[in-house]
Design a binder for this molecule. Structure first.
Ligand SMILES: Cc1cc2nc3c(=O)[nH]c(=O)nc-3n(C[C@H](O)[C@H](O)[C@H](O)COP(=O)(O)OP(=O)(O)OC[C@H]3O[C@@H](n4cnc5c(N)ncnc54)[C@H](O)[C@@H]3O)c2cc1C
Length: 595
């Protein structure tokens, strides 16, 4: 049945997960109309991803979402560590023993470092709670229209526009949507396959089982700081000897949490994966809480793969999120990278649709984001594999008889020289898992080597191998560093100087010539640029002197920052023809002919 009322909209978003919903919000804030289609009647009922890294929280801060995410999600003190224990219950010699605990997610001893580098701490809110929040915000913005229960079933790209066939799943009615651009945020379920996009990399490696339960663990938990608790328990037998639990709120995030998610890894051909009845006994067995009352809400299966699309753009379709990269949950990069894809794309689409940039700007989306997708997929897979290093350091052998593995555990806790050596070995091995839980540089330090930017010929800093040490820089392609400023009595971050859709032009105390140039160029090119001087008599105050430490430029230098917070261009010092320099930089970035 074809309805008579067909629709025309500048941007069609396919998929109402974290990526699509964020895209809707960002486009609305840029004044761009969009229509979002989600084939399910509602947002996800599965907890799925929960960790929101600082870069994501910075994006949420810029769009008025962060406070609510913090308010609904975990306080930092309840996500400050991860721990490895033998079990949660039991009275045997091996039970309830802490193997090791490490600071994580910007908590504990990491807090001063993480908070020096960003105005936003990391957050934690499972997708089943985050998505309704994003949906409410998206629906509250008049430019964004959302249709849940509507599925894209076909797409024709005619060159100058694309036409989608959409089915309203409740009524069975179908209609057409004509659009200039499609954001394919469909998790890889529809568009990529139809367009011949190839997902490259290994797939179906492990079945990650996530069991969403309600259980009262308040009597058995005595430390509220871990967000993830790993249990390694030889008595639980084969695959069940290890697993992890994560609080799922919805109100408390400490021992009082009502809901929990329990994770196990299974071989994709293991019959146990389909045996939902067996899940509750497995959980009791793993935690060593045989009497635990628990109700299982949902068992979800997630086949671990490490795949990245060979293309992020096909004609008018720009693919984002899980549609172009899928990998293990370790380091929590799936949802975060999806949200950050949408952030990279939104300002570019807006600049093109507003006529400020040529359509070529959209080419830079794949140029910039695909290397990040490849890096993050590889990193997550490596962090996933690293858990085997911990098992090996304990001495656990998957095929060994139970008694051998039990003896190995006993030896680790022995009050002897060998016991101390074994414990130290485990602590050192678990320390390498900082690639997952302290990946500060992976989260904030990613950069674009080419794309919508003007390289300045400086060499890329060698990244620290474990991905933990972030070094702020204004080198083009990097995220502009954070520093606290004061302006008109208000304390604000350098990142707060960015207004959605506008370039930011930062100069130093001697930046007067650049400021004059910025005013002239903005008018000539009709591109929105906000110029801010930091330091000097009239400039914003560099409150802690941090900007001077990280800005890399001299007092008479300048930095041009894109609307997504990445540096587009910089001049390390002054210039004899500043207007020409700036004009050529903006033109190169937006790839528009000089007016
Ligand atoms: C079971 C499961 C558990 C997970 N657990 C974790 C975890 O613990 N930690 C972690 O970091 N990551 C986890 N992930 C991954 C994480 O959820 C994803 O990285 C994240 O959801 C990506 O967001 P997205 O918006 O790109 O895609 P999705 O969240 O997959 O959203 C895509 C949406 O598009 C819709 N859609 C598809 N085709 C159409 C169509 N034709 N028309 C309309 N709508 C369509 C789908 O219904 C879906 O809602 C999990 C994923 C799954 C599947």
């Amino acid at each position: 049945m074809m309805a008579t009322t067909d629709i025309e909209v500048p941007v069609l978003i396919v998929g109402g997960g974290g990526c699509g919903l964020t895209a809707s919000i960002l486009l609305s804030d840029l004044g761009i109309e969009s229509l979002l289609l989600e084939r399910h009647p509602d947002t996800s009922h599965l907890p799925k991803a929960h960790y929101l890294n600082q870069r994501t929280m910075e994006i949420f801060r810029a769009h008025g979402l962060a406070d609510e995410v913090y308010e609904k999600g975990s306080p930092l003190k309840n996500m400050a560590t991860v721990s490895w224990m033998t079990s949660l219950g039991g009275t045997g010699p091996l039970d309830r023993k802490l193997i090791h605990q490490m600071d994580a997610f910007g908590g504990g001893a990491l807090e001063p470092i993480y908070m020096r580098d960003s105005p936003s701490r990391s957050g934690n809110l499972p997708q089943m709670l985050l998505e309704p929040l994003l949906r409410d915000h998206a629906e509250a913005r008049p430019q964004g229209s959302l249709r849940f229960g509507h599925e894209l079933t076909a797409l024709i790209d005619a060159g100058d526009a694309a036409t989608a066939t959409v089915v309203d799943r409740a009524s069975g009615e179908s209609y057409a949507v004509r659009t200039k651009y499609v954001i394919g945020a469909d998790g890889g379920r529809t568009l990529g396959q139809e367009l011949g996009v190839v997902m490259e990399g290994p797939t179906n490696m492990v079945d990650m089982v996530a069991v969403h339960i309600t259980a009262d663990l308040s009597d058995v938990i005595d430390d509220d700081s871990p967000l993830v608790r790993f249990y390694l328990n030889p008595d639980a037998g084969d695959w069940r000897r290890s697993g992890a639990i994560v609080p799922a709120g919805p109100i408390y995030w400490d021992r009082r949490s009502e809901d929990w998610v329990v994770y196990f890894g299974l071989a994709p051909d293991d019959d146990a994966r389909t045996d939902e009845e067996a899940m509750a006994p497995h959980i009791r067995n793993l935690l060593k809480l045989p009497e635990l009352e628990l109700s299982v809400h949902r068992v979800s299966h997630w086949l671990i793969e490490r795949v990245v699309a060979d293309r992020y753009r096909v004609g008018r379709v720009l693919l984002a999120g899980d549609a172009v990269h899928r990998h293990p949950p370790n380091t929590g990069l799936g949802l975060n990278t999806a949200i950050q894809d949408a952030h990279n794309l939104a300002w570019k689409l807006a600049a093109v649709l507003r006529g400020e940039a040529s359509e070529d700007l959209l080419e830079s989306y794949e140029t910039e984001r695909r290397p990040v997708g490849l890096r993050n997929a590889g990193w997550a897979f490596m962090a996933f594999q690293n858990h085997a290093v911990i098992d090996a350091a304990i001495g656990l052998m998957p095929e060994a008889p139970l008694e051998v593995n039990r003896q190995t555990f006993m030896a680790m806790f022995e009050d002897s020289f060998e016991g101390a050596t074994r414990r130290q070995r485990v602590v050192e091995a678990i320390g390498t898992q900082r690639v997952e839980f302290q990946a500060h540089d992976i989260e904030l330090g990613f950069s674009y080597e080419e794309g919508a930017l003007v390289p300045d010929g400086t060499a890329k800093r060698v990244e620290t191998p474990m991905g933990c040490e972030y070094h702020p820089t204004t080198r083009p392609g990097h995220r502009m560093p954070h520093a606290w400023l004061e302006r008109n009595g208000e304390r604000l971050s350098t990142l707060d100087l960015i207004t959605p859709g506008r370039f930011l032009f930062l100069t130093g105390p001697g930046g007067e010539a650049w400021e004059n140039a910025a005013a002239a160029v903005t008018e000539a090119l009709d591109v929105p640029v906000t110029a801010v001087r930091i330091g000097g008599q009239d400039g914003a105050v560099d409150l802690e002197g941090r900007w001077s430490e990280v800005r890399d430029i001299a007092d008479d230098g300048a930095v041009l920052v894109r609307p997504d917070g990445h540096v587009a261009w910089r001049s390390l010092g002054g210039h004899s023809t500043p207007a020409d320099e700036l004009c050529s930089a903006i033109t190169r970035v937006l790839r528009a002919p000089i007016a």
